[in-house]
Ligand binder design. Structure first.
Ligand SMILES: [Zn+2]
Ligand SMILES: [Zn+2]
Length: 409
């Protein structure tokens, strides 16, 4: 049986849902209306729907066959960003200061389209063998720290809805529309932050010998941080420390009491992540004591390294190449230094997180100011990538539950 030749997701419906969600963006853990829309649609198609997981998360379950079979998870994120939309599009955000600037409106609509198509297969008894499909709509991907995925897992997601494999996607501007991009192994970076507060003793700028100036250890640390990348990390590994904020003092004639640095720290390997934390702590403390100051460190671990399972990644690549041809597929895209909440799911379940091309944002009546990345006020999810993304996921489901199926000619 060739599922992808017998069923097509409804593109017009997906576009309508996408634009409806786009007009009503909701921030992390506040996706009440989006979650309600998702749950109502899934119920209407016969799914067993579970709501309020991690506040607004939804899981929809479909079982078929009379024996237990494999259990597949497909995941979409639902949250928007605190950005004032500047696209001027007819379906632009109606909520001031909130915007779907990362395309999670599109991801949600794609998974709804897949859900509806698979419910048709279910009704017509065309689903292969025995199996369970768990559709996971997660809240709060954009938090960076303690997001929706971690919280869904803490609330028993995989105990309640066990999955043997899990797949998820993200749109990516700048990649041709609908092109599918994969990478086995570490694909997206861990993302941690550190706040370093150097405390000395403030005083008059004219009397430095009576003060302990905290700007000196802060400055020395700022420069020395890059030596961690150059001297402590294997040159073949990815590691990144950016100082996003440095702050001290209020006036030219005052030596401040404190000086602060805030860092963003990213890697593609857990052992490098540990090295960076250890070295940042040691360096900052040593610099503080070298200048007779103290250093207080608040080190926060955010999303972990996202790792794609080799077997599941190969299944996804083979399916994509069979359905769309090799030119529409990049089987080994370079890793990204961005981070993703889905990493928590992929720590628990083997699977693959992949990208679908969003094009150059020059689509739709040419109203755009040119290519722009996600998280930009001019960004818009490209509805034209939904056909490839949804068709691919339906085909992937077919191949996952029916691995001996002959590829479509
Ligand atoms: Zn984002
Ligand atoms: Zn995103």
């Amino acid at each position: 049986m060739k599922v992808h030749s017998t069923i097509s997701p409804d593109l017009d419906q997906m576009k309508d849902w996408r634009r409806q969600i786009h007009q009503h963006p909701e921030l992390g853990f506040e996706e009440f209306a989006t979650s309600r829309l998702v749950a109502e649609l899934l119920k209407s198609w016969g799914y067993d729907v579970h709501t309020n997981i991690a506040v607004t998360g939804v899981v929809a379950v479909l079982k078929w066959g009379n024996k237990p079979g494999l259990r597949l998870g497909l995941r979409a994120d639902m949250d928007a960003l605190p950005i004032q939309e500047a696209t001027g599009l007819p379906w632009a955000s109606q909520i001031s200061g909130k915007m779907h600037a990362c395309g999670h409106d599109g991801h949600t609509a794609i998974l709804l389209g897949v859900a509806e198509a698979i419910s048709r297969l279910h009704r017509t008894q065309q689903l292969p063998g025995n199996g369970t499909l768990n559709l996971i709509f997660q809240p709060a991907e954009e938090m960076g720290f303690r997001g929706g995925a971690e919280r869904m897992i803490e609330e028993g997601l995989f105990e309640r809805f066990p999955c043997d494999a899990l797949f998820a996607l993200h749109n990516f501007p700048g990649i041709p529309v609908g092109k599918l991009c994969f990478r086995e192994g570490a694909f997206m970076a861990s993302s941690d932050t550190a706040k370093l507060t150097f405390t000395g003793k403030g005083g008059h700028a004219a009397l430095p010998h009576l003060a302990q100036d905290p700007t000196l250890p802060a400055s020395a640390t700022l420069l020395a941080l890059q030596s961690i990348i150059g001297r402590n990390v294997d040159p073949n590994q990815t590691a990144l420390i950016s100082v996003g904020r440095m702050q001290a003092g209020t006036s030219a004639n005052v030596i401040p009491n404190t000086a602060e640095l805030e860092l963003s720290i990213r890697t593609l390997a857990p052992e490098v992540r540990d090295t960076l934390e250890h070295r940042i702590r040691t360096l900052a403390q040593s610099q503080a004591s070298a200048f007779d100051c103290q250093c207080d460190i608040v080190y926060s671990r955010g999303y972990p390294v996202l790792k794609n399972d080799p077997e599941m990644t190969h299944l996804a690549i083979n399916t994509a190449q069979e359905v769309f041809g090799v030119d529409q597929v990049d089987a080994s895209i370079p890793p990204l230094t961005g981070s993703e909440d889905c990493a928590y799911f992929l720590e628990q379940v083997p699977g693959c997180y992949f990208l679908v091309g969003n094009g150059d944002n020059g689509h739709d009546a040419g109203t755009r100011v040119g290519p722009c990345s996600v998280h930009n006020p001019h960004y818009d999810f490209n509805d034209a990538c939904m056909e490839a993304a949804s068709t691919f996921l339906v085909s992937l489901l077919s191949r996952y539950f029916n691995p001996n199926e002959e590829p479509e000619a």
